[in-house]
Ligand binder design. Sequence first.
Ligand code: SAM
Length: 320
Amino acid sequence: MELPAALRQAVDRMLDGTALSDLQRAADLLSRRYRAEVRDGRLHLSDDLAAKAYLAARLPATYTAIRKSLEAVAEAQPDFAPATLLDLGSGPGSALWAAGECWASLDVADLVEASPAIRRVGEELARESGLSTVRWRAGDVLKPLPDLQAADLVTLAYVLDELPPSAIASLTDRLWALTAGTLVVIEPGTPAGWKRILAVRDRLIAAGAGIVAPCPHARACPLVEPDWCHFAGRVARSRIHRLTKGADVPWEDEKYIFVAASRLPPAPYAARVVAPPRIASGQVRLKLCRADGTAGEDLVTKRQGDAFKRARRADWGDAL
Ligand SMILES: C[S@@+](CC[C@H](N)C(=O)[O-])C[C@H]1O[C@@H](n2cnc3c(N)ncnc32)[C@H](O)[C@@H]1O
């Protein structure tokens, strides 16, 4: 997946003139802080260089993860046409761009971000977004945020891993209270990210929310550690992305996990593919999370005709 052309061009303009060695150093520091989930009271994106390194090294991946999560929502809720977006911990506005690509109905966005450095970047990029109203707010999602109105679509992407785990329950309650339609929370596709998403999911189910995706049910998650639920999106690496990361390959796979919950009743579906399909001659093995709350591998063989053809086309993350 690539960034939308207008965003890609705006990012290139913004990075133009920044020394590659500076970007590489800042991206390396960011990557080490994210991997170690450092919570030392400092924001990772606290200065201009860190913000630019995020654009070069992380935005393509988080954009892909958000876009794929939102596409799963759009598929599960074909009548959902959000006009308003509220995104928290917005960074450079990744969710704004991903939601704009998913829903032409989107018109007004409120974005809350604590770091002035990345907020400035996001504000400048958002001028190209084509939405009629984009309002950026300085704010800490852990503190009361007065004046925020409920929105059709509420998103929180790649933020929980920077917050104290003890904040998840109350933040989920506040996000849900601000959700008029659908709430989507996205995290890195690590075992720790999955556990945070499970905590959000449990809280939302207890509040009466309908789970839209990725789970085809609202029962307990059937996956058992050391297994964990996650998906992957292929990210096209631009030249600056490759150079910043010192990478040769023109793509990377971003692993992510999400939960989407809605006030609208979710449309039922039979199962979701929760691992890459294993294809051999005349047979496909699909690891499924099923609507009855179970998970396991289904073997589909050529003898099963149409079911086999469908299974051959199925991909990791697809709803069946
Ligand atoms: C990893 S970035 C994700 C940015 C964007 N959502 C994305 O997916 O690309 C996390 C963002 O959350 C912001 N953030 C972290 N803690 C926050 C808080 N307590 N209140 C508001 N923003 C916060 C950070 O400054 C950073 O911009």
